[in-house]
Design a protein around this ligand. Structure first.
Ligand SMILES: [Fe+2]
Length: 285
């Protein structure tokens, strides 16, 4: 059993590094942590970085989770190899690039690149975006799945992820008390489906809605409120089609023993209780 302690960072390839950096700072509200050769690192909370854009193929995407113990990395590698998932051990140079002490990487059953890191760096510097978007931190990711039932079984049997709710067959998975850290989404292939940052309040969501819409940023979904996690949300499109989300007020599940996952319909009301419709073709006929 691999114990995931937190989601650490996302790495995204881009064909326009400066354009991606402009979006990340001026629109999304992140702070540049470091500019390196061919890569720019961004802060969204107390950690050294939570997003890295690097020069490369936009399809080259990875998400990293923190493990608590060094022994967890070896145990995870052995378990994944046993299950037929080849594991790569990051070199010192690759670990330095990720600002972690040590990491391994593998592909999940859909083909998503997953990294597991030990001792990701925290920063001694407070995060403050140059645009005040109200961000309190990087919180979760949407992960594409080509077989939801298979991938739910993988994540819940190989890691400490538990199902909080399902929308259709798409599980929302928690690794701690936060309602979800991984939101699976049906897809034909691998990819990060969205990247979530929590914001302080629903005022921040509405301010960003107007700010981004005025600048012709493509809105994808919302403002709305998830019936699953209770979070108020806004989804919009960033560089190379990546969807970013702000949300506020996510439910916490304090009592593991009495909580039971719930089933929601895979239709607009399963995603928003205010009536917003996701920009999914089948929902907008
Ligand atoms: Fe989300």
């Amino acid at each position: 059993m691999i114990t995931l302690a937190d989601v650490s960072y996302v790495r995204l390839g881009t064909r326009d590094l400066e354009g991606a950096a402009r979006f990340a700072t001026e629109y999304l509200g992140l702070d540049v942590a470091e500019r390196a050769k061919g890569a720019i690192y961004f802060k969204s909370d107390a950690r050294e970085h939570t997003l890295c854009y690097f020069e490369g193929d936009p399809g080259d995407q990875a998400v990293c989770f923190e493990v608590e113990q060094h022994a967890d990395l070896d145990a995870a590698a052995a378990q994944l190899e046993r299950l037929g998932h080849p594991v790569q051990h990051g070199t010192h140079e690759e670990a330095d690039l990720r600002k972690v002490h040590e990491f391994i990487s593998f592909k999940d059953p859909t083909g998503n690149w997953i990294e597991l890191a030990w001792r990701p760096a925290h920063s001694g510097k407070r995060y403050h975006g140059q645009r005040d978007a109200g961000i309190t931190g990087f919180s979760h990711i949407g992960l594409c799945s080509s077989d939801l039932v298979r991938d739910e079984a993988f994540w819940t049997s190989v890691t400490n992820a538990r199902v909080s709710d399902r929308i259709g067959d798409a599980p929302l998975l928690r690794i701690d008390e936060v309602h979800h850290t991984i939101a699976m989404f049906p897809s034909n292939g691998p990819g990060i489906q969205h990247i979530n940052h929590q914001v302080e309040s629903s005022d921040d969501i509405m301010r960003s809605y107007h700010f981004l819409r005025d600048r012709q940023v493509k809105m994808v979904f919302g403002p709305g409120r998830h019936p699953t996690s209770s979070a108020k949300f806004l989804y919009f499109e960033g560089p190379e089609g990546m969807v970013f989300e702000y949300s506020s007020g996510v439910r916490e599940i304090a009592d593991e023993l009495i909580y039971r996952e719930r089933q929601f319909p895979f239709e607009p009301k399963g995603f928003c209780k205010w009536g917003a419709k996701p920009a999914i073709a089948e929902f907008n006929k």
